[in-house]
Design a protein around this ligand. Structure first.
Ligand code: PEP
Ligand code: MG
Length: 749
């Protein structure tokens, strides 16, 4: 086959761009038939009951579509499905597995080649080509069909939760599950409210008849947008922290940018209408950002399009009606902060952003406002105004047209969560102590200004992890010592009298700074955490000085070091800390050396703990990274995310070893990864008699309830059983059973 690579790319891209699964399937069979120059190409799609249905064909009788059905193992197609292996047969009718379906009129075809479509271990369907003459398909043809099937399987399996045949029949109304990335946790059900039905990107050029009037129109739109942004920042003033409020300022600066205004005016003077001139100018600016390597700066092109779309909606003057009594899931290609601000907080239940990442400002704001959010789903087929949807921020997925059962399951889940919260509010002042007397200290994880006080309101005994990189990421340049001091002071002050653990800058991996760009082949194994800060001494020194000064007179600061894997890193840090204390004392500040701890998250740190012991005061287990490095699993890679589990036996055994080791060398231990909020994991950590756990404020009361209900003796027995198990599935089953037995079943979804 000539040009097979470019043909392959073209077919895959074209299929992915089509608006509905049925259109995709019709396209695939005709494109593959043409590319391979064969008489027939057909697609059989598998459903969850193990039935394969002829769903599209180019060459067989179209009347057979939807009617020919085979079970796994039945006929040639069923054999391919069962064996997950291609069949290339000279004369199909002579094969012992052949099954004849008169409705297809396929008796005229002899040569048969079929390949399975498998995505993430799941059979999606079988793709078949046929020829009238007796022949074996060539190796090249087989390789082409196999390759295209592997790629199309991913495109077609975007929806894995229901039958494609139903989709073909009703296309627009069937339940559809779309995967994205988690933006903010929580569950929302409501109707889709599309931000803008036609985006600026789609606007075509048009001749402009009255240039002056068009320029006036553009300036009116500018003023309307500026006004809305001012109103938006006012409306959100109380729920926003200073760091997010600065994003409004950035939007305003863009709108006031002389270059942008000049470019649009120039476009209009050259004869283009305002929308066309705006599209040209905005796409030029957005491309500038979009082509940058740095993921943070790249995601700033979202902000530019946000502003462009906002101006566009003012220029065309259309308004989308919002019904007052519906819960809205705000959905769109891009959703800006001012868009969110336009809606009443009570009416808005979630955010669905088809582009963007968990780094984008939209996700940052959703988290701070407690709105579930799903990001980066890609263009969603059939996304329309007013359609019912469920947004699952825990799984990073959206369900459109949920069936009544699914809807009521999710509604039950959401109301169960809400009721549980209310029930557990009473525990706020109670200590986390087991019925047989083991005390666990519960702390909050934080990083945004907006989520500092919720921890306190929910009974946190202090802050166990303050991710200092978050304020650095939201800033436009390295914050100065004084800027940092003010931020840290606010945190330390809010928790006066309680310990606050500020972690030093942990950038690298997926956490990039907009103003300090570097790209690495394997960023999780590169310049991260303390490796970065030790190499950039002025940045480190500024941060340490800011932390020490912030704690002056409060003395509740603890310093935590991320990604430590060597003794000399601690020695270098201790020298820096000593130096910072000396400098500040000379400058007249009353600073004290705070307790210093390390995150145990790099496996190498575990064996070095006895050497670290004399140099530090405590440790905190970073179970997110520890799991990632022990299991060699990228924590952000959706292809392998189903394998990422803190209860993998190797992780559990390692955490147990750390806790025991720390006990022998007298180092206090806490754990601050996501595991601390997983009730099944908490039983096992309790069984290890862990002293402290740190988690997002949202989970504090649930974990406290568990601890106050579960005798440590039961937890110890459960741990001992879990340590003999060979898979996380068994461990989860065991711990779930224990929770249910102790009437804590409400804690598991
Ligand atoms: C961890 O690795 O477990 C952790 C708490 O830190 P982060 O998630 O910020 O890497
Ligand atoms: Mg970490």
């Amino acid at each position: 086959m000539n040009n097979s690579l470019s043909l392959l790319k073209k077919i895959v891209q074209e299929a992915a761009s089509l608006a509905s699964p049925s259109k995709q399937m019709v396209y695939i069979v005709s494109a593959v038939r043409a590319a391979m120059q064969v008489s027939v190409c057909s697609l059989f799609i598998a459903d969850e009951t193990n039935v394969l249905t002829l769903t599209a064909t180019d060459g067989l009788d179209p009347a057979a579509v939807g009617k020919v059905k085979l079970t796994y193992g039945e006929g040639l197609v069923g054999t391919i499905a069962r064996n997950s292996h291609p069949l290339n047969i000279e004369d199909a009718s002579k094969h012992p597995g052949y099954r004849y379906f008169p409705e297809t009129q396929e008796e005229q075809y002899q040569a048969f080649l079929g390949v399975p479509l498998v995505h993430l271990r799941r059979l999606v369907g079988v793709l078949v080509v046929q020829e009238s003459q007796r022949r074996k398909f060539t190796d090249d043809e087989e390789a082409f069909l196999l390759t295209i099937a592997a790629q199309l399987a991913a495109t077609l399996s975007l929806d894995q939760s229901h039958s494609w045949v139903d989709m073909t029949a009703q296309d627009n109304q069937s339940m559809q599950r779309v995967l994205g990335v988690k933006g903010a946790i929580g569950i929302a059900s409501g109707v889709i409210h599309l931000l803008s039905e036609d985006s600026l990107e789609q606007v075509a050029d048009q001749e402009c008849k009255n240039i002056d009037a068009e320029i006036d129109k553009f300036h009116t739109a500018l003023q309307q947008c500026q006004y809305e942004i001012d109103q938006g920042s006012l409306a959100l003033k109380d729920s926003l922290s200073g760091d997010i409020a600065t994003i409004f300022t950035a939007y305003k600066m863009l709108l006031e940018s002389k270059e942008l205004i000049d470019d649009v005016e120039r476009g209009i003077r050259q004869g283009n209408w305002a929308q066309g001139a705006l599209r040209a100018a905005i796409s030029q600016y957005a491309d500038l950002f979009g082509n940058m390597e740095d993921p943070y700066l790249r995601s700033r092109s979202e902000d530019v399009w946000n502003i462009g779309n906002k101006l566009h909606s003012k220029l065309h003057g259309r308004k989308t009606a919002v019904s007052q009594d519906q819960n809205l899931i705000l959905a769109g290609d891009l959703i800006s902060i001012t868009d969110i601000a336009r809606y009443k907080r009570e009416q808005l239940v979630g955010i669905l952003c088809q582009t963007g990442s968990s780094l984008s400002h939209t996700a940052v704001l959703a988290n701070a406002l407690g709105l579930p959010a799903v990001m980066g789903t890609g263009k969603i087929k059939n996304l329309q105004q007013g359609i019912p949807a469920i947004l699952d921020g825990y799984q990073g997925q959206v369900i459109l047209y949920p069936s009544q059962e699914v809807l009521s399951e999710y509604q039950k889940l959401a109301s169960r969560e809400k009721n549980l919260f209310t029930e557990l509010e009473g525990l706020k002042e109670q200590p986390a102590i087991t019925p047989d007397g083991h005390r666990v200290h519960l702390y909050a994880n934080t990083g945004l200004m907006a989520d500092i006080s919720p921890g306190l309101k929910r009974g946190a005994e202090g802050i166990g992890l303050y991710r200092s990189e978050i304020p650095f990421m939201i800033h436009e340049n390295f914050p100065t010592e004084e800027e940092q001091r003010l931020i840290y002071r606010h945190v330390l002050n809010t928790y006066e009298g309680k310990p606050v653990t500020l972690r030093t800058l942990d950038i690298g991996g997926d956490k990039a700074l907009p103003y300090f760009h570097f790209s690495e082949e394997n960023s999780y194994l590169g310049w991260r955490g303390i490796r970065f800060t030790l190499d950039n001494r002025p940045i480190f020194m500024t941060q340490i000085r800011a932390m020490l000064r912030a704690s002056e007179g409060l003395d509740n600061l603890h310093i935590l070091l991320p990604m430590v894997s060597r003794v000399d890193e601690l020695d270098a840090f201790n020298l820096l800390l000593e130096d910072a204390c000396t400098q500040l004392k000379l400058e007249g500040y009353q600073v004290k050396r705070p307790p210093v701890g390390i995150m145990v998250e790099v496996p190498a740190a575990v064996n070095l703990l006895p050497f670290f012991a004399s140099r530090i005061n405590f440790i905190s287990i970073g179970s997110n990274d520890l799991t990632q490095y022990l299991l060699a699993l990228d924590r952000n890679n959706s292809r392998v995310s189903h394998l990422f589990d803190n209860l993998h036996p190797a992780v559990l055994q390692e955490i147990y070893r750390i806790v025991q080791l720390c006990r022998t060398i007298h180092l206090p231990v806490s754990l601050c990864g996501e595991m601390a909020a997983d009730p099944l994991a908490v039983i096992l950590l309790l069984g290890m008699k862990i002293e402290a756990l740190s988690m997002s404020a949202y989970n504090l009361s649930k974990v406290k309830w568990l601890i106050r209900t579960m005798p440590v003796k039961v937890a110890e027995e459960t741990l001992q059983k879990a340590l003999t198990m060979e898979s996380e599935v068994q461990i989860r089953e065991l711990t779930k059973g224990v929770l249910i037995k102790h009437k804590l079943g409400k804690l598991v979804h």
